[in-house]
Design a protein around this ligand. Structure first.
Ligand code: FPP
Ligand code: MG
Length: 343
């Protein structure tokens, strides 16, 4: 597969840029499939890397746990994790009928849904091959389980879409978020700790870091639905709500008895607009703006931010039990990034 143009990594990943480049080189070393459209879709997905947060977490976790440089096996673990992430995005864009991702046309938009699904399957196959090459059945088992968990989380989310907000508990939201978003971080950290032959207590700490990080990451993404600049996020404001997804600020806002009634009414007004056969975009925008105002006037966004801060703090606390190292500092900063109020 042709190589990518040089990639600029996040400034936090300065110390591991060689490891991330090795991960990208590994991904781009795959033989493309015979089918031309699939090969193009594969090249396209692998040549437009995102922030590489998951591979970075694998490298940083390994270096923090072992105080040694990343090995070829670590590069492969990082690559397998990114492959699974990319596969979920290809499939997710089909499910969400999304045409833009990271400011670029999605695979489904460029090549159609069939190729996007098959492209996702191809990436999953490459992830399995990569994991198998590590010769560790325990790691293959972990990743097989996370694939099921990701599907489960997505289906749980779909089952909650457009449901009355009163029927969605915070616990259910956390369960969905853990499966759909945090689980891949947990698995990446868990697998890295197993590869590093850590004691069971440290393995649990690594998993806890991944879980707290993943929850904070999703909550921040939920906040962006209200506070994000569409020119930066590439998504319209209130995209979750327009898709019938009650996210963290809404659920936390609803827990306040004073705001409950008005929030539920504003949400129902949005859902009613969406369900109209000929949805008038102006009516929907007004209804969305009303909900946004209610959340901004109440304490929902502050509460979400507090929740994010708590998860970030918990992630950092786990790390404080490990020996000091540049990689540990970087993992701490990575967790702190999530706590910055998104714009
Ligand atoms: C992005 O969600 C999607 C995910 C975090 C996971 C999606 C999971 C699946 C499609 C099922 C499992 C798939 C495989 C290949 C095992 P989003 O739509 O909330 O965010 P976005 O804005 O990035 O699209
Ligand atoms: Mg999506």
């Amino acid at each position: 597969m042709p190589g990518v143009t040089s990639v600029t990594f996040h400034p936090l990943f300065q110390d591991i840029k060689t490891d991330l480049q090795a991960t990208l080189d590994y991904l781009q070393g795959f033989m493309p499939p015979e089918a031309l459209a699939l090969a193009e879709a594969g090249t396209f997905s692998l040549a437009t890397p995102g922030k590489m947060v998951r591979p970075a977490m694998v490298h940083l976790m390994w270096q923090a746990l072992t105080c040694t440089p990343s090995t070829e096996s670590v590069v492969k673990l990082a690559a397998a994790t990114e492959l699974i992430h990319l596969a979920t995005l290809l499939h997710d864009d089909v499910l969400d009928e999304s045409d833009l991702r990271r400011g670029n046309p999605t695979v489904r938009q460029q090549f159609g849904n069939r190729i996007a699904i098959l492209g996702g399957d191809w990436l999953l196959a490459k992830a399995s091959e990569t994991l198998a090459s590590l010769g560790r059945v325990d790691l293959v088992d972990l990743y097989a389980k996370v694939l099921a968990e990701l599907c489960d989380g997505e289906v749980l989310q779909q089952s909650l879409a457009f449901e009355p907000i009163a029927d969605i508990s915070w616990d259910t939201y956390l369960q969905k978020t853990h499966k759909k978003t945090a689980s891949l971080y947990v698995t990446a950290c868990h697998a890295t700790a197993l590869l590093a032959e850590c004691d069971p207590i440290v393995v649990e700490e690594a998993k806890a870091y991944g879980a707290h990080f993943g929850l904070a990451f999703q909550l921040q993404d939920d906040m962006l639905d209200y506070t994000g600049n569409p020119a930066v996020t590439g998504k319209p404001v209130l995209d979750d709500i327009r898709n019938g997804l009650a996210n963290a600020p809404l659920l936390l806002g609803y827990q306040n008895p004073e705001h409950r009634k008005s929030l539920a009414a504003a949400l129902e007004a949005i859902y009613a607009e969406i369900k109209q056969p000929e949805t008038d975009e102006t009516g929907l925008t007004v209804a969305c703006e009303r909900l946004k105002q209610l959340l901004e006037n109440g304490d929902a966004l502050d509460q979400t931010q507090e929740c994010i801060n708590t998860y970030c703090q918990q992630a950092k606390q786990v790390l404080s039990r490990w020996p000091d190292s540049p990689a540990r500092t970087c993992l701490t900063q990575l967790a702190a990034e999530n706590a910055k109020r998104p714009r």
